[in-house]
Design a protein around this ligand. Structure first.
Ligand code: R5P
Length: 303
């Protein structure tokens, strides 16, 4: 078995390799003068079960092409089975045409991955149940619920007897429902709208009791941070106590890294599905590693 990494999240790939007790496969990923990507696998993979770790984080287009070139090269070298380990599946937010004329981006991303020759995909906490249907190859989705709640218990210790789980929108309700069930807390959900053109978030209402309770938000992504900031403000005004915002994927685009620390949120807990550079880290941000989850999923695939 061999593990290769693209360039999007090398620290995570190294952690996974360490846990598996192996070195990363030898590969050179460079760019031609015109910025086209070139991959060169300098390893013997014939007959091997091979895994390629690559998050489709910014710049998603480039990381996707890199991943596909790696898959293609490994297949050409005779790898027996190639699995794409994609902790963060970029483009998955566009899982439907929100307006007539928009592409269903993640559907095409799935086709690219399949066309590159990958046999299986391992990913973490998908944006929606919709995404699975676009893959014609097996896709394994790893849940980060336990990881995040363990981190919350360890790092913050909110009085769980006075805490409720809040879904920041209706779309994420079933995900939060499962989470609330796992931790044995009540669920509250927020009604929020997002302008399809400007992306502006507006919080309309909140269904359930937040007054006097600690709040544990559970979401899949923090992108611009608008959802996290506005929903937290809303529950704070309604009398919520401490606010913890748990999310799997720290996209942290735009000025999220400077607006989140100034918000009503006491602690943001995310995972390292996406590499968060030092300049995007802030006080009150905790990053827990999904490396053990990935290493375990990879080991199970090879058994
Ligand atoms: C919405 O459907 C998602 O679950 C997230 O709440 C959303 O993508 C977060 O985006 P932003 O941080 O830009 O509000």
């Amino acid at each position: 078995m061999k593990l290769f990494s693209g360039t999007s999240n090398l620290p995570l790939a190294k952690k996974v390799a360490d846990l598996l007790g192996m070195n990363l496969g030898a590969v050179e990923i460079t760019r031609f003068i015109d910025n086209e990507c070139r991959v060169y696998v300098n390893d013997d993979v014939a007959g091997e079960d091979v895994f390629v770790l690559q998050s489709l984080s910014e710049v998603a287009d480039q990381h996707l092409i890199e991943l596909c070139l790696l898959g293609s090269a490994l297949k050409d070298l005779g790898a027996a089975k190639v699995t794409a380990v994609i902790p963060w599946l970029g483009y998955s937010k566009q899982d439907k045409a929100f307006r007539k004329g928009e592409a269903i981006s993640v559907q095409l991303v799935a086709k690219f991955i399949q066309a590159a020759g990958f046999d299986t995909v391992i990913t973490c906490q998908l944006h929606s149940e919709n995404v699975m249907q676009f893959f014609r190859i097996p896709i394994v989705e790893l849940s980060t619920c336990k990881l995040l709640v363990d981190a919350l218990r360890r790092e913050s210790k909110p009085g769980f007897e006075h805490a409720v789980v809040v879904s920041p929108d209706k779309g994420g309700k079933s995900r939060s429902e499962q989470f609330a069930k796992d931790v044995g807390l009540d669920l509250v959900y927020i009604e929020k709208t997002r302008d399809l053109v400007s992306g502006e978030v507006e919080v309309k209402d909140c269904v359930g009791q937040v007054e006097g309770n600690h709040i544990i938000f559970f979401d899949d992504i923090i992108n611009t941070g608008s959802t996290a900031i506005k929903t937290s403000e809303f529950v704070k005004k309604k009398g919520a106590k401490d606010i913890y915002f748990l999310a799997t994927h720290a996209v942290l685009s735009g000025n999220a890294a400077s607006t989140l620390p100034a918000s009503s949120i006491d602690q943001v807990i995310v995972t390292d599905t996406i590499f968060v550079p030092k300049e995007k880290q802030f006080d009150g941000l905790i990053i827990v590693s999904i490396a053990p989850l990935l290493a375990d999923a990879i080991s199970r695939q090879t058994r």
